[in-house]
Design a protein around this ligand. Structure first.
Ligand code: GRF
Length: 188
Protein backbone atom coordinates (compact mmCIF):
# COMPACT_ATOMS: atom_id res chain seq x y z
CA UNK A 1 0.00 0.00 0.00
CA UNK A 2 1.38 3.44 -0.93
CA UNK A 3 0.63 6.51 1.17
CA UNK A 4 0.17 9.93 -0.37
CA UNK A 5 -0.40 13.19 1.50
CA UNK A 6 -2.20 15.78 -0.64
CA UNK A 7 -1.95 19.43 0.35
CA UNK A 8 -4.35 22.09 -0.93
CA UNK A 9 -5.32 25.59 0.18
CA UNK A 10 -8.51 26.03 -1.81
CA UNK A 11 -10.99 24.18 -3.99
CA UNK A 12 -9.10 20.88 -4.29
CA UNK A 13 -10.39 19.79 -7.72
CA UNK A 14 -6.96 18.36 -8.50
CA UNK A 15 -6.90 16.49 -5.20
CA UNK A 16 -10.32 14.97 -5.92
CA UNK A 17 -9.33 14.10 -9.48
CA UNK A 18 -6.19 12.33 -8.24
CA UNK A 19 -8.07 10.31 -5.62
CA UNK A 20 -10.76 9.27 -8.11
CA UNK A 21 -8.11 8.22 -10.65
CA UNK A 22 -6.44 5.79 -8.24
CA UNK A 23 -9.74 4.44 -6.97
CA UNK A 24 -11.06 3.85 -10.50
CA UNK A 25 -7.86 1.97 -11.38
CA UNK A 26 -8.09 0.12 -8.07
CA UNK A 27 -4.45 0.98 -7.26
CA UNK A 28 -3.17 0.41 -3.69
CA UNK A 29 -2.87 4.02 -2.56
CA UNK A 30 -4.14 5.61 0.65
CA UNK A 31 -4.62 9.37 0.76
CA UNK A 32 -4.54 11.95 3.54
CA UNK A 33 -5.46 15.58 2.91
CA UNK A 34 -3.97 18.59 4.69
CA UNK A 35 -5.11 22.15 4.17
CA UNK A 36 -3.88 25.37 5.75
CA UNK A 37 -7.39 26.87 5.57
CA UNK A 38 -10.25 25.62 7.77
CA UNK A 39 -12.77 26.85 5.19
CA UNK A 40 -11.06 25.33 2.13
CA UNK A 41 -13.51 23.44 -0.06
CA UNK A 42 -10.96 20.62 -0.37
CA UNK A 43 -12.03 19.60 3.17
CA UNK A 44 -15.61 19.21 1.96
CA UNK A 45 -14.37 17.09 -0.92
CA UNK A 46 -12.39 14.94 1.54
CA UNK A 47 -15.52 14.35 3.62
CA UNK A 48 -17.52 13.31 0.54
CA UNK A 49 -14.68 11.03 -0.60
CA UNK A 50 -14.26 9.62 2.91
CA UNK A 51 -10.58 10.62 2.95
CA UNK A 52 -8.98 11.64 6.28
CA UNK A 53 -8.25 15.36 6.34
CA UNK A 54 -6.96 17.98 8.73
CA UNK A 55 -6.01 21.64 8.95
CA UNK A 56 -2.47 22.75 9.71
CA UNK A 57 -2.26 26.53 9.64
CA UNK A 58 0.68 28.68 8.61
CA UNK A 59 1.33 29.47 12.26
CA UNK A 60 1.39 25.76 13.09
CA UNK A 61 3.82 25.22 10.20
CA UNK A 62 6.14 27.61 11.95
CA UNK A 63 5.84 25.41 15.03
CA UNK A 64 6.97 22.38 13.00
CA UNK A 65 3.52 20.78 13.27
CA UNK A 66 3.65 19.83 9.58
CA UNK A 67 7.04 18.17 10.04
CA UNK A 68 5.79 16.17 13.03
CA UNK A 69 2.66 15.05 11.14
CA UNK A 70 4.72 13.91 8.16
CA UNK A 71 6.94 11.92 10.52
CA UNK A 72 3.77 10.24 11.84
CA UNK A 73 2.08 9.77 8.46
CA UNK A 74 5.29 8.60 6.71
CA UNK A 75 4.03 9.27 3.15
CA UNK A 76 5.70 7.74 0.11
CA UNK A 77 4.92 10.95 -1.74
CA UNK A 78 3.78 14.45 -0.74
CA UNK A 79 1.72 16.18 -3.43
CA UNK A 80 1.05 19.93 -3.42
CA UNK A 81 -2.12 20.47 -5.42
CA UNK A 82 -2.89 24.14 -5.04
CA UNK A 83 -1.04 24.69 -1.77
CA UNK A 84 -0.15 28.34 -1.47
CA UNK A 85 2.32 28.38 1.42
CA UNK A 86 6.06 28.06 0.95
CA UNK A 87 6.83 24.51 2.08
CA UNK A 88 8.85 24.35 5.33
CA UNK A 89 12.53 23.63 4.64
CA UNK A 90 12.61 21.09 7.49
CA UNK A 91 10.03 18.91 5.71
CA UNK A 92 11.79 19.33 2.35
CA UNK A 93 14.97 18.02 3.95
CA UNK A 94 13.10 15.04 5.44
CA UNK A 95 11.52 14.22 2.05
CA UNK A 96 14.08 15.12 -0.61
CA UNK A 97 12.67 14.36 -4.06
CA UNK A 98 9.46 13.08 -2.53
CA UNK A 99 7.53 16.35 -2.62
CA UNK A 100 6.01 17.49 -5.91
CA UNK A 101 3.99 20.53 -6.95
CA UNK A 102 1.89 21.45 -9.95
CA UNK A 103 2.13 24.94 -11.38
CA UNK A 104 -0.39 26.27 -13.95
CA UNK A 105 2.23 27.63 -16.38
CA UNK A 106 5.38 26.61 -18.28
CA UNK A 107 8.09 27.27 -15.67
CA UNK A 108 10.50 28.95 -15.35
CA UNK A 109 8.24 31.61 -16.91
CA UNK A 110 5.29 32.87 -14.85
CA UNK A 111 6.45 31.37 -11.57
CA UNK A 112 7.53 32.62 -8.17
CA UNK A 113 5.88 34.33 -5.23
CA UNK A 114 2.44 35.72 -6.03
CA UNK A 115 2.22 33.85 -9.33
CA UNK A 116 -0.69 31.51 -8.69
CA UNK A 117 -4.21 30.83 -9.96
CA UNK A 118 -5.84 33.68 -11.85
CA UNK A 119 -2.76 35.93 -11.59
CA UNK A 120 -0.86 33.51 -13.82
CA UNK A 121 -3.58 33.30 -16.49
CA UNK A 122 -4.09 37.08 -16.44
CA UNK A 123 -0.35 37.57 -17.09
CA UNK A 124 -0.47 35.07 -19.98
CA UNK A 125 -3.30 37.04 -21.61
CA UNK A 126 -1.75 40.45 -20.87
CA UNK A 127 1.51 39.33 -22.48
CA UNK A 128 -0.33 37.92 -25.51
CA UNK A 129 1.32 34.53 -25.10
CA UNK A 130 0.38 32.01 -27.81
CA UNK A 131 0.85 29.00 -25.53
CA UNK A 132 0.78 28.05 -21.86
CA UNK A 133 0.57 24.81 -19.93
CA UNK A 134 1.42 23.00 -16.71
CA UNK A 135 4.61 22.16 -14.91
CA UNK A 136 4.99 19.37 -12.36
CA UNK A 137 8.22 19.76 -10.42
CA UNK A 138 10.00 18.75 -7.24
CA UNK A 139 9.55 21.21 -4.40
CA UNK A 140 12.54 23.23 -3.22
CA UNK A 141 12.83 25.97 -0.59
CA UNK A 142 11.91 28.59 -3.20
CA UNK A 143 8.55 28.97 -4.94
CA UNK A 144 8.35 27.01 -8.23
CA UNK A 145 12.10 26.44 -8.60
CA UNK A 146 12.58 22.69 -8.08
CA UNK A 147 13.66 20.27 -10.82
CA UNK A 148 11.02 19.87 -13.52
CA UNK A 149 9.43 16.41 -13.82
CA UNK A 150 6.81 16.99 -16.53
CA UNK A 151 5.33 19.73 -18.72
CA UNK A 152 2.37 19.83 -21.09
CA UNK A 153 1.32 22.69 -23.38
CA UNK A 154 -1.87 24.15 -24.78
CA UNK A 155 -2.45 26.97 -27.26
CA UNK A 156 -3.71 30.40 -26.24
CA UNK A 157 -5.92 32.17 -28.79
CA UNK A 158 -5.99 35.98 -29.09
CA UNK A 159 -9.66 35.87 -28.08
CA UNK A 160 -9.01 33.84 -24.90
CA UNK A 161 -9.69 35.55 -21.57
CA UNK A 162 -8.02 34.39 -18.30
CA UNK A 163 -10.98 32.10 -17.53
CA UNK A 164 -10.62 30.41 -20.94
CA UNK A 165 -6.93 29.89 -20.24
CA UNK A 166 -7.65 28.55 -16.74
CA UNK A 167 -10.09 26.02 -18.19
CA UNK A 168 -7.55 24.78 -20.76
CA UNK A 169 -4.89 24.48 -18.05
CA UNK A 170 -7.18 22.62 -15.66
CA UNK A 171 -7.90 20.06 -18.39
CA UNK A 172 -4.16 19.43 -18.74
CA UNK A 173 -3.84 19.09 -14.95
CA UNK A 174 -6.66 16.58 -14.70
CA UNK A 175 -5.26 14.54 -17.59
CA UNK A 176 -1.61 14.41 -16.57
CA UNK A 177 -1.14 14.95 -12.81
CA UNK A 178 -2.54 11.54 -11.69
CA UNK A 179 -0.46 9.71 -14.32
CA UNK A 180 2.76 11.43 -13.24
CA UNK A 181 1.99 10.51 -9.61
CA UNK A 182 1.32 6.88 -10.63
CA UNK A 183 4.69 6.76 -12.44
CA UNK A 184 6.51 8.17 -9.42
CA UNK A 185 4.80 5.77 -7.00
CA UNK A 186 5.01 2.58 -9.06
CA UNK A 187 7.89 3.40 -11.43
CA UNK A 188 5.69 2.52 -14.37
C1 GRF B 1 -4.28 24.52 -9.90
O1 GRF B 1 -4.48 25.33 -11.04
C2 GRF B 1 -2.82 24.25 -9.73
O2 GRF B 1 -2.08 24.30 -10.93
C3 GRF B 1 -2.37 25.37 -8.85
O3 GRF B 1 -3.44 25.64 -7.97
C4 GRF B 1 -4.65 25.26 -8.62
C5 GRF B 1 -5.41 24.39 -7.67
O4 GRF B 1 -6.71 24.20 -8.14
N1 GRF B 1 -1.18 25.00 -8.09
P1 GRF B 1 -7.62 23.14 -7.34
O5 GRF B 1 -7.64 23.59 -5.89
O6 GRF B 1 -6.98 21.80 -7.50
O7 GRF B 1 -8.96 23.23 -8.00
Amino acid sequence: MKHVVLLASGSGSNAENIIRYFREKNLPVQFHIISNKADAFVLERAKRLNVPAEVITKKQNNDNVLQKRMQELKPDLIVLAGYLLLFPAAVINDYLNKIINIHPALLPKYGGKGMYGGFVHQAIVDNKETETGITIHYVSDKYDEGAIIFQAKTTVNPTDNPEDVAQKVHLLEYEHFPKVIEELLFNV
